[in-house]
Design a binder for this molecule. Structure first.
Ligand code: ADP
Ligand code: TRP
Length: 325
């Protein structure tokens, strides 16, 4: 297989949940062995929703520790903080100037995040969020981007921006593709299975949750069925069991479900043990890493240095094409 350039990021809002892990991070681990990978912590994107400066700094370092503890190897991939490579913001500005507002207004995430709020008072960063994301990707001329389903529309916009730039200024960027893991691209919230599990909603199992916490959250998971007998909550629990459980457990509960003898309390308790067990080595490694923050800071500084080199080369080319000195 030809080695391709890959980029992906995680916001620094808080600790990753199992949706982030199954939808994105787990893929990163696989691809770091195959491709030229760039993974970053999207701290500039984190500024688009309410934040505390102290918390932001702490969370960014913790997300880096999470990445490394889960198996991302800073020697195999380039791992860095978005804000430490100034070219992300620089390219985003140029992209802002070729992106029609209409494209941004129709983004589902923008509509979801602004909801019924008065659009006059929404910060412009929230609207321009996908433009910065296009810059994150195209700065490295990435061809593939592993993400969860919620980011696919943003990826489409990155392709629109790449095309537009190429048409206007000459072929510069490839058109990046989203890489989706079909089964786990959208893990649902436990207490509102109509919505995706998310960091900001607080309804997710964090990968660093203690076994007791995982159990507490799972016990509250909604399993109600709709008028047609379907249940998104149940589907979601089974999806998680297929990821974290063993063959016998999966078989047992699938049969019990078919035969209508299933006890969801039992399924939830088994599943919480499985998830706690799965992430046990991660919790240990994370603790160790957070005891040596200088190692994390160093890995991030090295990563930023490497990223900057490529980012600079792209910006030189872009500025020349656009007519900037
Ligand atoms: P969140 O959306 O929870 O705030 P991020 O924005 O940092 O988290 O998302 C990081 C990555 O995790 C993205 O690739 C995103 O598509 C993926 N992701 C987020 N939530 C889910 C989910 N519920 N299921 C699958 N993937 C998800
Ligand atoms: N917007 C993504 C999310 O919320 C995070 C992100 C920022 C990203 N820049 C990116 C993902 C570039 C992939 C590529 O999940």
């Amino acid at each position: 297989m030809k080695k391709q350039t890959l980029v992906s990021g995680l916001r620094a809002s808080s600790e990753p949940h199992i949706g982030n892990y199954l939808g994105a991070i787990r893929q990163f681990l696989k691809y770091q062995e195959l491709h030229d990978c760039n993974f970053f912590i999207a701290d500039l994107h984190t500024l688009t929703t309410p934040f505390e400066p102290k918390e932001l700094r702490k969370n960014a370092l913790e997300v880096a520790a999470d990445y490394i503890a889960l198996g991302l190897d800073p020697k195999k991939s380039t791992l860095y903080l978005q804000s430490q490579v100034a070219e992300h913001a620089e390219l985003a500005w140029i992209f802002n100037c070729i992106t029609p507002l209409g494209e941004l207004y129709r983004m589902t995430q923008f509509k979801d995040k602004t909801g019924s709020a008065n659009k006059e008072s929404v910060n412009a960063g929230l609207l321009n969020y996908p433009v910065l994301m296009a810059a994150d990707i195209l700065l490295y001329k990435a061809e593939i981007v592993p993400v969860g389903e919620d980011q696919v529309q943003h990826l489409e916009l990155a392709r629109v921006i790449a095309k537009k730039f190429n048409n206007q200024f000459g072929k510069t960027f490839p058109e990046p593709k989203a890489l989706l893991e079909s089964e786990t691209a959208r893990i649902m919230s436990l207490n509102d299975p109509e919505k995706k599990m998310s960091k900001t909603g607080g309804q997710g199992i964090l990968i660093n949750d203690s076994p007791a916490e995982i159990q507490r959250k799972l016990r509250k998971a909604v399993t109600a069925t709709d008028a047609t007998g379907k249940s998104k909550g149940v589907d979601n629990l089974f999806r998680l069991l297929r990821e974290f459980g063993n063959k016998e457990q999966i078989q047992f509960f699938e049969n019990a479900y078919q035969e209508n003898t299933i006890k969801f309390s039992e399924l939830k308790d088994i599943l919480s043990e499985d998830i706690a067990h799965y992430f046990a080595p991660f919790r240990e490694k994370r603790k160790e890493l957070l005891n040596s923050p200088e190692y994390i800071a160093e890995a991030l500084a090295d990563g930023a240095e490497k990223a900057r080199e490529r980012a600079r080369a792209t910006m030189q080319e872009v500025k020349k094409k656009v007519g900037l000195l």
